[in-house]
Design a protein around this ligand. Structure first.
Ligand SMILES: [Fe+2]
Length: 343
Protein backbone atom coordinates (compact mmCIF):
# COMPACT_ATOMS: atom_id res chain seq x y z
CA UNK A 1 0.00 0.00 0.00
CA UNK A 2 1.40 3.40 -0.91
CA UNK A 3 1.24 6.18 1.63
CA UNK A 4 -1.92 8.25 1.51
CA UNK A 5 -1.40 11.51 -0.35
CA UNK A 6 -2.20 14.39 2.00
CA UNK A 7 -3.58 17.71 0.80
CA UNK A 8 -1.16 20.48 -0.05
CA UNK A 9 -1.43 22.90 2.85
CA UNK A 10 -0.61 26.59 2.52
CA UNK A 11 -0.53 29.22 5.23
CA UNK A 12 0.15 32.93 5.21
CA UNK A 13 3.18 32.93 7.51
CA UNK A 14 4.06 36.27 9.12
CA UNK A 15 7.20 38.21 8.13
CA UNK A 16 9.38 39.21 11.09
CA UNK A 17 11.39 42.39 11.70
CA UNK A 18 13.42 41.43 14.77
CA UNK A 19 16.65 40.80 12.84
CA UNK A 20 18.25 43.23 10.39
CA UNK A 21 19.61 41.49 7.29
CA UNK A 22 20.82 44.69 5.61
CA UNK A 23 24.31 44.38 7.11
CA UNK A 24 23.92 47.73 8.87
CA UNK A 25 23.38 46.37 12.39
CA UNK A 26 25.97 44.77 14.67
CA UNK A 27 24.59 42.78 17.59
CA UNK A 28 27.87 41.72 19.16
CA UNK A 29 26.68 38.15 19.69
CA UNK A 30 25.57 34.99 17.85
CA UNK A 31 22.99 36.99 15.88
CA UNK A 32 25.78 38.52 13.76
CA UNK A 33 26.73 35.04 12.50
CA UNK A 34 23.10 34.03 12.03
CA UNK A 35 22.31 37.12 9.96
CA UNK A 36 25.51 36.89 7.87
CA UNK A 37 25.76 33.12 7.33
CA UNK A 38 22.15 31.98 7.71
CA UNK A 39 23.14 29.60 10.52
CA UNK A 40 25.03 29.60 13.80
CA UNK A 41 26.11 27.23 16.57
CA UNK A 42 25.21 28.71 19.96
CA UNK A 43 27.69 27.00 22.25
CA UNK A 44 26.58 25.45 25.56
CA UNK A 45 22.92 26.44 25.38
CA UNK A 46 22.56 23.56 27.80
CA UNK A 47 25.40 21.97 29.75
CA UNK A 48 27.19 18.87 28.47
CA UNK A 49 25.99 17.15 31.62
CA UNK A 50 22.33 17.90 30.80
CA UNK A 51 22.92 16.78 27.22
CA UNK A 52 24.28 13.48 28.59
CA UNK A 53 21.15 13.11 30.72
CA UNK A 54 18.93 13.49 27.62
CA UNK A 55 21.05 10.98 25.66
CA UNK A 56 20.49 8.52 28.47
CA UNK A 57 16.73 9.24 28.42
CA UNK A 58 16.56 8.65 24.64
CA UNK A 59 18.48 5.38 24.95
CA UNK A 60 16.12 4.25 27.73
CA UNK A 61 13.17 5.23 25.51
CA UNK A 62 14.51 3.14 22.61
CA UNK A 63 15.00 0.16 24.93
CA UNK A 64 11.52 0.59 26.45
CA UNK A 65 9.79 -0.65 23.29
CA UNK A 66 11.09 -4.12 24.24
CA UNK A 67 11.97 -5.03 20.68
CA UNK A 68 15.48 -6.12 21.60
CA UNK A 69 17.51 -2.95 21.28
CA UNK A 70 20.24 -2.63 23.90
CA UNK A 71 22.46 0.42 23.87
CA UNK A 72 25.61 -1.60 24.53
CA UNK A 73 24.91 -4.35 22.01
CA UNK A 74 25.82 -3.36 18.41
CA UNK A 75 24.01 -6.45 17.06
CA UNK A 76 20.68 -4.84 18.05
CA UNK A 77 21.11 -1.70 15.93
CA UNK A 78 18.61 -2.72 13.26
CA UNK A 79 14.94 -2.25 12.35
CA UNK A 80 13.70 -5.46 14.01
CA UNK A 81 14.93 -4.27 17.40
CA UNK A 82 13.84 -0.64 17.17
CA UNK A 83 10.97 1.71 16.41
CA UNK A 84 10.98 2.27 12.64
CA UNK A 85 13.29 5.20 11.93
CA UNK A 86 13.76 6.48 8.38
CA UNK A 87 17.20 7.11 6.89
CA UNK A 88 16.89 10.83 7.65
CA UNK A 89 16.57 9.94 11.33
CA UNK A 90 13.36 11.91 11.87
CA UNK A 91 10.98 10.41 14.42
CA UNK A 92 7.55 12.02 14.09
CA UNK A 93 5.57 9.05 15.42
CA UNK A 94 5.72 6.98 18.64
CA UNK A 95 4.73 10.07 20.65
CA UNK A 96 8.20 11.56 20.21
CA UNK A 97 6.98 15.17 19.77
CA UNK A 98 5.60 15.08 23.33
CA UNK A 99 7.99 12.74 25.12
CA UNK A 100 9.31 13.81 28.48
CA UNK A 101 12.85 14.29 27.11
CA UNK A 102 11.60 16.30 24.14
CA UNK A 103 9.78 18.74 26.39
CA UNK A 104 12.75 18.73 28.75
CA UNK A 105 15.00 20.08 26.01
CA UNK A 106 12.38 22.61 24.85
CA UNK A 107 12.07 23.86 28.43
CA UNK A 108 15.79 24.43 29.01
CA UNK A 109 16.36 28.07 30.05
CA UNK A 110 19.43 28.43 27.81
CA UNK A 111 17.40 27.39 24.75
CA UNK A 112 14.39 29.56 25.56
CA UNK A 113 16.68 32.48 26.43
CA UNK A 114 18.41 32.31 23.05
CA UNK A 115 15.09 32.65 21.25
CA UNK A 116 13.99 35.42 23.63
CA UNK A 117 17.07 37.32 22.49
CA UNK A 118 16.31 36.75 18.81
CA UNK A 119 12.67 37.73 19.05
CA UNK A 120 13.07 40.37 21.83
CA UNK A 121 10.16 38.97 23.81
CA UNK A 122 9.51 36.24 26.35
CA UNK A 123 6.04 35.60 24.94
CA UNK A 124 7.00 32.66 22.75
CA UNK A 125 5.56 29.52 21.24
CA UNK A 126 7.53 26.33 20.63
CA UNK A 127 7.02 23.83 17.83
CA UNK A 128 5.76 20.31 18.62
CA UNK A 129 8.25 18.93 16.16
CA UNK A 130 10.13 15.66 15.73
CA UNK A 131 13.35 14.41 17.22
CA UNK A 132 16.23 12.94 15.26
CA UNK A 133 17.57 9.56 16.31
CA UNK A 134 20.31 8.51 13.92
CA UNK A 135 22.06 5.51 15.43
CA UNK A 136 25.56 4.76 14.24
CA UNK A 137 26.44 1.33 12.89
CA UNK A 138 23.00 0.30 11.67
CA UNK A 139 23.19 -3.32 10.56
CA UNK A 140 20.15 -2.97 8.31
CA UNK A 141 22.10 -0.70 5.91
CA UNK A 142 19.43 1.93 6.52
CA UNK A 143 21.69 4.77 5.46
CA UNK A 144 22.34 3.26 2.04
CA UNK A 145 18.85 4.60 1.14
CA UNK A 146 19.91 8.10 1.98
CA UNK A 147 19.89 10.80 -0.73
CA UNK A 148 20.84 14.45 -0.17
CA UNK A 149 17.63 16.50 -0.15
CA UNK A 150 18.67 20.14 -0.33
CA UNK A 151 15.65 22.23 0.57
CA UNK A 152 14.28 25.34 2.17
CA UNK A 153 11.48 25.20 4.74
CA UNK A 154 9.73 28.32 3.59
CA UNK A 155 7.28 29.09 0.81
CA UNK A 156 9.16 30.60 -2.19
CA UNK A 157 6.18 32.87 -2.75
CA UNK A 158 6.60 34.37 0.71
CA UNK A 159 10.11 35.88 0.79
CA UNK A 160 11.71 37.72 3.68
CA UNK A 161 12.68 36.58 7.14
CA UNK A 162 9.95 34.44 8.65
CA UNK A 163 11.39 31.56 10.63
CA UNK A 164 14.40 30.42 12.63
CA UNK A 165 14.73 26.66 12.94
CA UNK A 166 16.90 24.94 15.44
CA UNK A 167 17.94 21.80 17.22
CA UNK A 168 19.77 21.02 20.40
CA UNK A 169 22.67 18.73 19.61
CA UNK A 170 23.11 16.08 22.31
CA UNK A 171 26.07 13.91 21.22
CA UNK A 172 29.57 14.95 20.08
CA UNK A 173 29.19 15.79 16.41
CA UNK A 174 32.17 16.05 14.02
CA UNK A 175 32.78 15.67 10.31
CA UNK A 176 31.85 11.97 10.20
CA UNK A 177 28.89 12.06 12.55
CA UNK A 178 26.07 13.14 10.29
CA UNK A 179 24.00 16.20 10.95
CA UNK A 180 23.19 19.47 9.29
CA UNK A 181 24.54 20.55 5.94
CA UNK A 182 23.82 24.20 5.16
CA UNK A 183 24.58 26.47 2.23
CA UNK A 184 26.43 29.32 3.94
CA UNK A 185 24.90 32.67 2.98
CA UNK A 186 22.20 31.00 0.89
CA UNK A 187 19.38 32.78 2.75
CA UNK A 188 20.49 36.14 1.32
CA UNK A 189 20.02 35.08 -2.32
CA UNK A 190 16.70 33.29 -1.77
CA UNK A 191 14.47 35.98 -3.24
CA UNK A 192 16.69 36.41 -6.29
CA UNK A 193 16.80 32.64 -6.74
CA UNK A 194 13.03 32.25 -6.73
CA UNK A 195 12.58 35.06 -9.25
CA UNK A 196 14.96 33.15 -11.51
CA UNK A 197 13.31 29.73 -10.97
CA UNK A 198 9.72 30.90 -10.80
CA UNK A 199 8.75 28.93 -13.89
CA UNK A 200 10.55 25.68 -13.06
CA UNK A 201 8.16 22.81 -12.43
CA UNK A 202 8.07 21.55 -8.85
CA UNK A 203 7.63 18.01 -7.58
CA UNK A 204 4.61 17.00 -5.51
CA UNK A 205 4.83 18.48 -2.04
CA UNK A 206 2.53 18.24 0.94
CA UNK A 207 3.11 21.85 1.94
CA UNK A 208 4.23 24.99 0.12
CA UNK A 209 6.56 25.64 3.04
CA UNK A 210 9.03 23.17 1.56
CA UNK A 211 11.09 23.89 -1.53
CA UNK A 212 13.26 21.08 -2.90
CA UNK A 213 16.19 22.14 -5.06
CA UNK A 214 16.90 20.36 -8.33
CA UNK A 215 20.32 20.08 -10.00
CA UNK A 216 19.58 23.23 -12.00
CA UNK A 217 19.01 25.22 -8.83
CA UNK A 218 22.02 23.74 -7.06
CA UNK A 219 24.21 24.73 -10.01
CA UNK A 220 22.84 28.29 -9.86
CA UNK A 221 23.74 28.47 -6.17
CA UNK A 222 27.22 27.04 -6.77
CA UNK A 223 27.77 29.57 -9.57
CA UNK A 224 27.07 32.29 -6.99
CA UNK A 225 30.15 31.01 -5.15
CA UNK A 226 28.13 29.68 -2.20
CA UNK A 227 29.48 26.63 -0.42
CA UNK A 228 27.98 23.77 1.57
CA UNK A 229 29.17 23.49 5.16
CA UNK A 230 28.84 20.53 7.50
CA UNK A 231 27.85 22.06 10.83
CA UNK A 232 29.70 20.38 13.71
CA UNK A 233 28.65 20.87 17.31
CA UNK A 234 29.29 19.67 20.84
CA UNK A 235 26.83 18.18 23.34
CA UNK A 236 24.43 20.89 24.49
CA UNK A 237 25.07 23.28 21.60
CA UNK A 238 22.05 24.87 19.95
CA UNK A 239 22.22 24.96 16.14
CA UNK A 240 20.06 27.62 14.49
CA UNK A 241 19.32 28.36 10.86
CA UNK A 242 17.16 30.67 8.81
CA UNK A 243 14.46 28.65 7.00
CA UNK A 244 15.50 30.34 3.74
CA UNK A 245 18.99 28.82 3.96
CA UNK A 246 19.23 25.70 1.77
CA UNK A 247 19.93 22.72 4.00
CA UNK A 248 19.61 18.97 4.51
CA UNK A 249 20.89 16.41 6.96
CA UNK A 250 23.26 13.51 6.50
CA UNK A 251 23.41 10.23 8.45
CA UNK A 252 26.33 9.27 10.69
CA UNK A 253 29.17 7.42 8.96
CA UNK A 254 31.34 6.82 12.03
CA UNK A 255 30.61 5.16 15.35
CA UNK A 256 28.93 8.12 17.05
CA UNK A 257 25.14 8.33 17.42
CA UNK A 258 23.37 11.51 16.41
CA UNK A 259 20.52 12.50 18.76
CA UNK A 260 18.91 15.93 18.44
CA UNK A 261 15.68 17.58 19.53
CA UNK A 262 14.31 20.11 17.04
CA UNK A 263 13.59 23.40 18.76
CA UNK A 264 11.89 26.15 16.81
CA UNK A 265 10.21 29.08 18.55
CA UNK A 266 8.21 32.10 17.39
CA UNK A 267 6.64 35.13 19.06
CA UNK A 268 3.15 34.38 20.40
CA UNK A 269 2.05 37.60 18.68
CA UNK A 270 2.48 35.92 15.27
CA UNK A 271 -0.26 33.34 15.89
CA UNK A 272 -3.99 33.91 15.47
CA UNK A 273 -6.59 32.68 17.96
CA UNK A 274 -7.44 29.94 15.46
CA UNK A 275 -3.77 28.88 15.31
CA UNK A 276 -3.61 28.70 19.10
CA UNK A 277 -6.82 26.71 19.37
CA UNK A 278 -5.39 24.21 16.90
CA UNK A 279 -2.16 24.12 18.90
CA UNK A 280 -4.14 23.45 22.09
CA UNK A 281 -5.88 20.52 20.40
CA UNK A 282 -2.58 19.16 19.15
CA UNK A 283 -1.02 19.46 22.60
CA UNK A 284 -3.93 17.82 24.38
CA UNK A 285 -3.96 14.97 21.87
CA UNK A 286 -0.14 14.59 21.85
CA UNK A 287 0.06 15.36 18.12
CA UNK A 288 3.05 16.81 16.34
CA UNK A 289 3.42 19.54 13.75
CA UNK A 290 6.10 21.20 11.63
CA UNK A 291 8.88 23.59 12.64
CA UNK A 292 6.40 26.51 12.49
CA UNK A 293 5.84 27.19 16.18
CA UNK A 294 2.45 28.72 15.42
CA UNK A 295 1.30 25.12 14.91
CA UNK A 296 1.13 25.04 11.13
CA UNK A 297 1.12 21.75 9.24
CA UNK A 298 0.14 19.14 11.80
CA UNK A 299 1.77 15.84 10.92
CA UNK A 300 -0.51 13.88 8.60
CA UNK A 301 -0.46 10.53 10.34
CA UNK A 302 -1.42 8.50 7.28
CA UNK A 303 1.62 10.04 5.60
CA UNK A 304 4.26 9.90 8.34
CA UNK A 305 3.03 6.79 10.15
CA UNK A 306 5.78 4.16 10.30
CA UNK A 307 5.32 0.82 8.54
CA UNK A 308 6.66 -2.51 9.79
CA UNK A 309 6.60 -5.32 7.23
CA UNK A 310 4.34 -3.20 5.05
CA UNK A 311 1.72 -2.61 7.75
CA UNK A 312 1.24 0.28 10.18
CA UNK A 313 3.63 -0.44 13.04
CA UNK A 314 1.46 -1.91 15.85
CA UNK A 315 3.74 -0.50 18.54
CA UNK A 316 3.13 3.07 17.36
CA UNK A 317 0.39 4.60 19.54
CA UNK A 318 1.19 8.29 18.81
CA UNK A 319 1.41 8.69 22.60
CA UNK A 320 4.50 9.48 24.67
CA UNK A 321 5.72 6.58 26.79
CA UNK A 322 6.70 8.95 29.58
CA UNK A 323 4.36 11.97 29.44
CA UNK A 324 6.01 15.31 30.16
CA UNK A 325 5.46 17.36 33.29
CA UNK A 326 5.57 20.96 32.16
CA UNK A 327 6.77 23.87 34.26
CA UNK A 328 4.70 27.06 34.17
CA UNK A 329 7.29 28.52 31.76
CA UNK A 330 7.12 25.50 29.47
CA UNK A 331 3.32 25.49 29.50
CA UNK A 332 3.30 29.07 28.18
CA UNK A 333 5.22 27.78 25.15
CA UNK A 334 2.22 25.63 24.20
CA UNK A 335 0.37 28.88 23.43
CA UNK A 336 -2.64 27.86 25.54
CA UNK A 337 -2.31 30.75 28.06
CA UNK A 338 -2.38 33.25 25.18
CA UNK A 339 -5.68 32.09 23.68
CA UNK A 340 -7.87 34.43 25.72
CA UNK A 341 -5.67 37.42 24.84
CA UNK A 342 -6.56 37.01 21.17
CA UNK A 343 -9.53 38.59 19.43
FE1 LIG B 1 14.49 21.33 6.75
Amino acid sequence: MPHAIPPNVSHDTPELDCLDFSGKTTYGDFRDDLVRDGYVVVKHAISAERAGYYVDEIQTWLESFNLGYKRDDPSTVRDECLPIIIAKGLVQAYGAPHESFTWGVRSEPGVIGTFEKIFQTDDLLVSFDAVNVSLAGRLDKKYDEFQPWAHQDQDPERPGFRCIQGFVNLCPNGDNDGGLMVLKGGHLVSQEYHKEFNEEEREFRWTNEMYLFKDTGLKWLADKGLEWVKVNAGPGDLVLWDSRAPHYNVPPRGDQNRFVVYTSYAPASTATKEDLLQKKWLFENTKGHSHWAQGFQPFVEAFVGPKRNGQPDPINTWKPRKPPVLSERAFRLTGIPYINEKE
